[in-house]
Structure formats: structure tokens, C-alpha cells
Write a protein that binds this ligand. Structure first.
Ligand code: ADP
Length: 383
């Protein structure tokens, strides 16, 4: 028998907030309950100043739910999001902040959260990596543009709380505007819709608070943004395989995940950890992309393989997942993405752009997409 949200809330009624003198459910502190094959996640909303001392409360909440039959794993995160006064985050800096459709006490109707929260989005795919600096965001941006070039309607959700870089990589500046009182309009460039966690969480937020903020910020970015109809949404995940990442993987109804790895780090098992994390929460791993795979000399065009090039292909085979492609280490890839005009859009005729379109087509096929249809007929302008 599978566990229900009510059972979880009942168990959490036994957990008391020692400072407020009541149980955390009656006090309206529990939200965002997600259940996926016995893996349970939820948020406990607290005032920011109390966060650091409430770790024991978080642990007791996890233990209370762990004790239930049929529960495989429990991830509770402390979050300050819903208690922030409306508009205070961005508002303080004169920016639009999405309305926090607060739901005190009641848990979100969240199982399979992604699609429920963003019903017009057909498939959500995470781009993840076992550690930072492997080019995850660069690959995510080019992958999204490759999908767009293949004729799909694409959104990019930048959830990399530790270094949100999608707006910069996609050449987007400014802040999102409100579409109405509650809903934010996504930013747009190169035909992609984009929303970044960097717009919700102020840059000066201490690292320790970023993880806990992830859960509600992610929900907001799905629920309170006018994404419209999209074939696919690419989520740039935070690097690593800790609690924040696990919570996200549970929180969003992911159609699958793509792991980005360098030849070296596959050997150092970081990518394997990434893969295991998704398997643990039953998200299909669509495959591995080897980034900075080999080096093409910009002067003579000669190719040199780097360290253990090919490791990702071998590792993918060994782990029974697919190898989706290799992207070389090339200055042009770095310069274009760092300048906000990724190679797939700025040099569409280059072999690298082709590589990303090929990888994009594989990923789309793997989430059950039909052949990339060119839905929008080209606009014919008669001069
Ligand atoms: P991550 O998201 O994994 O932290 P980024 O995508 O931010 O990594 O990439 C880190 C740096 O490496 C960036 O300056 C980026 O331009 C560069 N980079 C990423 N992939 C490549 C590549 N294939 N060739 C050259 N530079 C790359």
C-alpha cells in the first residue's frame, strides 16, 4: 500500500515547535509534500532568523515520517520563502517578485508537482552534474537552443542556486515583469523562455540559506510563471548530489535527467553519484554527455584527446545508460556562452552547433517526443 499525504501530515502532528508551542502542522509550517514511490519530501516554513537553530526540529520531522510503513526516504528542508513578506525579496531592490501564493497549513497538491504546477509543459528534463565547473550550464543553454533549432517550443528554468548563470549565458538582462498580480512573465531571448532562481533569491543570501530556499522557489518558478505551452523545459540543476538536488529531483515531475561530465570526473565517480541520485528517486537517466571531451587546436585544427577521453562513453555503457555525445573543449564554446550568445545560436553552421542539435534530438526522442515538428510555419513577409 502506498503512503498518503494525510498519513504524512498525521505523523507530523506529533512534531512540536518548541518555541511556538504547537505542532508544526497546526501551526501551518508544513508545505510542499511530495510523494514518489515511497520517497517523501516536504518543506517546513520558518522565520529566517530561527532557521539556524531549528535543525533538531527538521530532523525530528524526518524521523517522524521515516517511521511510517512504506516510506523509503524522507527529505525535509527548512524554508523561509513563504514567510517572507510579499514582494520583500525583489521589492527591496525595486524588482518584481512573484506573489507567494501562500498555503499556510495545507500541503500543496504536489505529487507529480512539475506538470501540476506548469500544466502547459509537456516534459521537464534536468541537466545535472556531480560537481560544479564541468560545463553543465553551458551544455544546458546549448541543448535548449538545439531543441529550439529542431523546432520545439522550449523553456529554460535556471535552478542552479549556487551560481545562476542562464540569463547571462542566454544574453538576457533586466528583471522579469509581472504579467498580472500573481504571475511573472518569463524572460525571453533566442526564442527561449527563461526564468532563473537568481531573480528570486538575492545574491547576498548566505549559502547556508540557499539550499532550504530551493524547494519553494522551484515551486514558484513553475507555478507563478506564465510559461504557456511548451514542448520541453530544460532545468539547469545545482551541481552536486546533496539534499537540495535530491529534493528538486523529487519535487518536479521530471521526465528524465541528463548528466554532464568531463572525462576526468567520470573517473572520479562524481557523475556516477549524480546518476545514482536520480535512480534513487526513480527519475530516468536519459544519458551522459561528455563535455570538454577533447581539444581542437584553434591554430592547426588538430585534435588532441584529454586525459581519459572516452571515459563517459565507457562509463555509460557500464552503467547501462546511454552516451548522448561529446563536446570538445574549445575557446569558441567558452567565449560564446560567457558572452551570452551560445555557439548553437551564434554559429549555427558550426560542427558544435550540429553536435548540440544531435544531442537535443536524442534527448527529445528519449522523453517520447514525436519527430521535431516545425509547428510555427515560417512567417512570410511580403515587402
Ligand atoms: P557549470 O555549470 O558546470 O558550473 P559552466 O557551464 O558555468 O559550468 O562552465 C564553466 C566554464 O567553462 C565557463 O566559463 C564555460 O564557458 C566553460 N566551458 C564549458 N564548456 C566548455 C567547453 N566545451 N569548451 C570550453 N569552455 C567550456
Amino acid at each position: 500500500m502506498s503512503i498518503t499525504e494525510n498519513q504524512i501530515l498525521d505523523a507530523l502532528r506529533a512534531v512540536r515547535d518548541p518555541e511556538r508551542g504547537g505542532d508544526i502542522v497546526s501551526l501551518g509550517m508544513v508545505s510542499g509534500v511530495v510523494i514518489r514511490d515511497g520517497n517523501v519530501g516536504f518543506a517546513i516554513e520558518v522565520e529566517p532568523e530561527r532557521g539556524p537553530r531549528l535543525e533538531p526540529l527538521r530532523k525530528s520531522a524526518e524521523r517522524a515520517v521515516e517511521a511510517l510503513p512504506d516510506v523509503v526516504s524522507v527529505t525535509a528542508v527548512l524554508t523561509a520563502e513563504a514567510n517572507a513578506p510579499s514582494g520583500s525579496r525583489g521589492g527591496r531592490r525595486g524588482e518584481a517578485a512573484p506573489h507567494s501564493a501562500a498555503h499556510p497549513g495545507a500541503a500543496h497538491p504536489a505529487p507529480g508537482a512539475g506538470q501540476a504546477l506548469a500544466p502547459g509543459v509537456r516534459a521537464i528534463v534536468a541537466v545535472a552534474s556531480g560537481k560544479g565547473g564541468v560545463g553543465k550550464s553551458t551544455v544546458a543553454a546549448n541543448l535548449a537552443l538545439g531543441m529550439k533549432a529542431n523546432g520545439l517550443r522550449v523553456g529554460v528554468l535556471d535552478a542552479d542556486i549556487y551560481g545562476p548563470s542562464m540569463p547571462r549565458m542566454l544574453g538576457i538582462s533586466g528583471r522579469p515583469q509581472m504579467a498580472d498580480a500573481k504571475i511573472l512573465r518569463p524572460m525571453e531571448n533566442y526564442g527561449l523562455k527563461c526564468m532563473s532562481i537568481g531573480f528570486l533569491v538575492p545574491e547576498d543570501t548566505p549559502m547556508i540559506w540557499r539550499g532550504p530556499m530551493v524547494m519553494s522557489a522551484l515551486q514558484q518558478m513553475l507555478r507563478d510563471v506564465a510559461w504557456g505551452e511548451l514542448d520541453i523545459m530544460i532545468v539547469d540543476m545545482p551541481p552536486g548530489t546533496g539534499d537540495a538536488q535530491l529534493t528538486m529531483a523529487q519535487q518536479v515531475a521530471l521526465a528524465g535527467a541528463v548528466i554532464v561530465s568531463t572525462p576526468q570526473d567520470i573517473a572520479l565517480i562524481d557523475a556516477r553519484k549524480g546518476l545514482n541520485m536520480f535512480t534513487k528517486v526513480n527519475v530516468p537517466v536519459l544519458g551522459i554527455i561528455e563535455n570538454m571531451s577533447y581539444f581542437l587546436c584553434p591554430h592547426c585544427g588538430e585534435r588532441s584527446d584529454i586525459f581519459s577521453h572516452g571515459g563517459a562513453r565507457r562509463e555509460a555503457e557500464r552503467l547501462g545508460t546511454d552516451f548522448l555525445g561529446e563536446v570538445p573543449l574549445d575557446l569558441a564554446i567558452r567565449e560564446t556562452s560567457d558572452e551570452g550568445r551560445p555557439i548553437t545560436v551564434s554559429q549555427p553552421g558550426s560542427p558544435y552547433a550540429q553536435t548540440f542539435r544531435d544531442i537535443a534530438a536524442k534527448v527529445w526522442a528519449k522523453v517520447g517526443g514525436d519527430a521535431p515538428a516545425r509547428r510555427a510555419a515560417p512567417r512570410i513577409v511580403v515587402e
